[in-house]
Design a protein around this ligand. Structure first.
Ligand SMILES: Cc1cc2nc3c(=O)[nH]c(=O)nc-3n(C[C@H](O)[C@H](O)[C@H](O)COP(=O)(O)OP(=O)(O)OC[C@H]3O[C@@H](n4cnc5c(N)ncnc54)[C@H](O)[C@@H]3O)c2cc1C
Length: 347
């Protein structure tokens, strides 16, 4: 029997960020991950504090940004793997009105930290941006497959990763600990993304998975080094490849790649670029979206089982700070911000 402080289920970005809190506080833990269907592995990896459609910063944008970058830089050093890229994020202006709205928004004190006021002219003849771009400040990109691979290797080397499915029915509750197979722990943290819907310990009806698809294209001519935001994101991925997406499909809970997804994204590509390209792949993932579009932290049973979930979007931006809030809530009884507290759905 191995006595631990924590059992974690899921090593997507939520699980990783929580583990980092445990490491910083010398807590013992193991992580179960089946290695299937990770939203983190599919994500474009853009860390962006802005809702570009409405030109609003996301909730608590500065706090999340201030925590995120040092978190990933520290993790790069610790894992000795590079996965953070300073890739500019440029919004393509489709109309003069959009251009004007940008200039007005960037002038407001709340926005100047996020929006660069100058309009950037497009000099790449293979990109369709006659009205130029607006640049979002301080964004960066995480190569999520590299991060996941490096973190899992790190855990594996320390005997902390159990690469198998966590069977919920085998988790047993005792007065002051939980028992799962050979592991006894005071706390269990479920960070299993949209798979939480299969979890019998999760008794709330507030997660609605939202499928997203990407098209992976390759173009020798495009030579674009910035992430572009047109009808969808176009994200450079190295070796002349680009991810285009991701779609937001409602009511489709399958992991199938769809014709409609491909068609929608091909139309977007044709609007954004003017050179030849080939489609090399299509991928899809499931966003663990919450009804009110805010993350979901805390305990339902108040007896040692906690959730770190609801990262439908912006998981890479938010996980570093959310995981710290959850850790301090568990260990120091710090209250969670009511906007993310799971108790808001527990009535
Ligand atoms: C198409 C798409 C594009 C996106 N683009 C971006 C982006 O550019 N920027 C951004 O910040 N966010 C983006 N997101 C959102 C982001 O992916 C999520 O916010 C984040 O990855 C959620 O992380 P998570 O750790 O909660 O879940 P996941 O990454 O899904 O991790 C859950 C893990 O739990 C494991 N698991 C589940 N059940 C079990 C079980 N019973 N036993 C063992 N293991 C289990 C799974 O194998 C998985 O590894 C995107 C999402 C999608 C779908």
């Amino acid at each position: 029997m191995k006595q631990l402080d924590y059992i974690i289920v899921g090593s997507g970005i939520a699980g990783i960020a929580f583990c980092e809190n445990l490491e910083a506080n010398s807590k013992s833990y193991v992580v179960f991950d089946s290695g299937e269907q990770s939203a983190t592995g599919i994500a474009g990896g853009v860390v962006n504090p802005m809702v570009l459609k409405r030109l609003n910063p996301v909730w608590k944008a500065s706090q999340f940004m201030n925590k995120a970058r040092p978190f990933y830089e520290g993790l790069q050093n610790k894992l000795n793997t590079q996965f953070l890229a300073d890739q500019p994020l440029l919004r393509i202006f489709a109309t003069a009105e959009e251009q004007n709205d940008w200039v007005v928004a960037s002038d407001s004190p709340a926005m100047e930290q996020f929006l660069q006021p100058e309009i950037i002219n497009n000099t790449n003849t293979n990109i369709n941006a006659p009205l130029g771009y607006g640049a979002v400040r301080s964004t960066f990109r995480i190569d999520t497959p590299s991060l996941l691979q490096a973190y899992r290797k790190y855990l594996q080397n320390r005997g902390k990763l159990i690469s198998e499915e966590f069977i919920y029915d085998e988790l047993q509750e005792y007065a002051d600990h939980y028992l799962y197979k050979n592991y006894s722990a005071r706390y269990v943290i479920f960070a299993e993304g949209s798979a939480v819907l299969k979890n019998p310990w999760f008794t709330l009806d507030c997660i609605i998975p939202k499928k997203g698809e990407y098209l992976i294209i390759k173009s020798q001519e495009l030579k674009c080094e910035a992430t572009l935001k047109g009808p969808y994101f176009l994200i450079p991925g190295g070796e002349n490849t680009y991810k285009v997406g991701a779609t937001f499909a409602h009511g489709d809970f399958s992991y199938n790649k769809t014709d409609i997804g491909r068609q929608t994204l091909e139309e977007a590509v044709l609007k954004m670029i003017k050179c030849t390209y080939e489609i090399v792949d299509q991928s899809c993932g499931m966003r663990p979206t919450v009804k009110d579009r805010r993350p979901l932290l805390g305990s339902i049973n108040d007896r040692g089982i906690y959730f770190l979930n609801g990262l439908g979007t912006r998981g890479l931006l938010m996980s570093p700070l959310l995981s710290q809030w959850l850790y301090q809530h568990i260990e120091n009884k710090s209250p969670l911000p009511p906007e993310v507290d799971i108790k808001r759905f527990d009535n």
